[in-house]
Design a protein around this ligand. Structure first.
Ligand code: AMP
Ligand code: MG
Length: 408
């Protein structure tokens, strides 16, 4: 059986980023850039004032002191958005707003709070270093700098940069189209009162929510009983997507039809079953360009397997370079005494106390546990067959995008 690491490598190896297109800036959030962004010009665009104040020549204020203030003649006012029409000579100053261009001749701006108005003149009672309060052309981003790398997901900061450089259209990768099918004859829809032996279906909603976190496009979400003809029809439609996610029926039960059916429908098995907990019977395969994930129906297994295998695959298809939330080191608040003979990603609660990250594994780690999903905000990586981990041990933890609104 494959290890966690080998299985992840196989998934990543089989995923190629989707093609490229241009998309309007205001629709680009959540997509990955398909090209490096080079600054077409320097930023700031021109030398400008960092404060509301007075543009001066610093040399004029060399001898200024509270006892001997220097008086400079005030020439007028320049506001943000104005073009410069005056030149400053020695003995002169110009009132200036934050963001207004520095007039020729001036090299420094004195803050408004540090002057006293004196009729047609302004009194300065402090010397000032040359260049103070000036934002120079190109000091933030020099022309030609590679400011955002291809493969970066576009968020608010990237939107600001792209806007300032005039990108009305942005080079991005296509988003993968995803389908989700939950299988199981025991499943009923959310508005239905379950009868004996039935449960309300929940994986569809959970998995769709995780797909939406990655901004991917959901093209089909369905629920099908364990009846081969119905499964086949639904699977065929789902296999038109870039990624088809199937939940349930992946193990070896008498009515676990999903895996043999996928094979019959031409899905090539890349692997099935991994040395991992929760979620041993993970299936990964492909048919043509469609990647296929078969997740066990147990909700916690599905959730953790999505996090560790499906999310990185979606990100790679999207063209993203960062395929997962970076793992952090945290201190165990409680010992881990039950060590498995396969890699175990335990659900836990991560918190910060006095600048230190601490994590506590949940007591209940059942792979069917829905409760554990809302009670955990992190996965603790516990190596197969490792020694017991006493309280205080350092462990690797994957933070989850899951809020627990109370003190942990
Ligand atoms: P399976 O992988 O089909 O053998 O299902 C394993 C367990 O997960 C069973 O207890 C199922 O009832 C449960 N289960 C399967 N699919 C779902 C689902 N979509 N939503 C919630 N529970 C499920
Ligand atoms: Mg089932």
């Amino acid at each position: 059986m494959l290890t966690y690491e080998d299985a992840r490598s196989l998934v990543i190896e089989h995923v190629k980023p989707l093609g490229k297109r241009n998309c309007p800036l205001n629709e680009s959030q959540g997509l990955a850039l398909s090209e490096d962004i080079l600054a077409p010009h320097g930023l700031p665009l021109f030398d400008n004032s960092a404060v509301d104040g007075y543009a001066v020549q610093a040399l004029d204020l060399e001898d200024a002191s509270p006892e001997n203030p220097v008086h400079l003649k005030k020439l007028g006012y320049i506001s943000a958005g104005d073009s410069v029409e005056v030149k400053i000579d020695s003995g002169q100053c110009l009132k200036i707003a934050t963001g207004a261009p520095i007039p020729p001749g001036a090299d420094t701006v004195v803050m408004k709070e540090d002057i006293v108005l004196n009729g047609s003149h302004v009194n300065f009672s402090q010397l000032i270093s040359k260049k103070e309060n000036v934002r120079f052309q190109g000091e933030d981003i020099p022309e030609g700098r590679k400011i955002i790398m291809a493969g970066t997901v576009i968020g608010p900061a990237q939107l600001a940069i792209l806007a300032t450089f005039g990108y009305t259209q942005v080079p991005v990768h296509y988003l993968p189209k995803i389908s989700i099918v939950s299988t199981g004859s025991e499943l009923v829809d959310i508005g239905v009162m379950p009868e004996a032996g039935q449960i309300r279906e929940s994986n569809r909603f959970m998995l769709a929510g995780m797909v939406k976190q990655e901004s991917c496009e959901l093209v089909k979400i369905s629920m099908v009983p364990d009846i081969p003809e119905l499964l086949k029809k639904s699977f065929e439609e789902s296999l038109q997507a870039d990624v088809a996610i199937f939940s349930g029926g992946m193990s070896v039960g008498d009515r676990d039809f999903a895996k043999p059916l996928l094979k019959e429908m031409g899905v090539e098995e890349i692997f099935w079953k991994i040395k991992f907990k929760p979620g041993k019977p993970l299936f990964f395969g492909r048919r043509g360009k469609t990647l296929v994930f078969g997740l066990p129906g147990n909700p916690a297994s599905s959730y953790v397997l999505f996090e560790e295998f499906v999310r990185p695959a979606l990100r790679k298809l999207m063209g993203r370079k960062i395929l997962e939330e970076t793992m952090v080191k945290a201190t165990l608040d409680e010992p881990i005494t039950k060590i498995e003979n396969r890699m175990h990603f335990m659900r836990g609660q991560l918190s910060e106390k006095n600048g230190e990250l601490r994590v506590r594994p949940l007591k209940f780690q059942g792979s069917h546990s829905l409760g554990s999903l809302v009670e955990s905000n992190a996965l603790i990586r516990v190596e197969a067959c490792s020694a017991e981990l006493p309280k205080g041990s350092k462990v690797l933890v994957r933070p989850l995008q899951n809020e627990i609104a109370c003190d942990l």
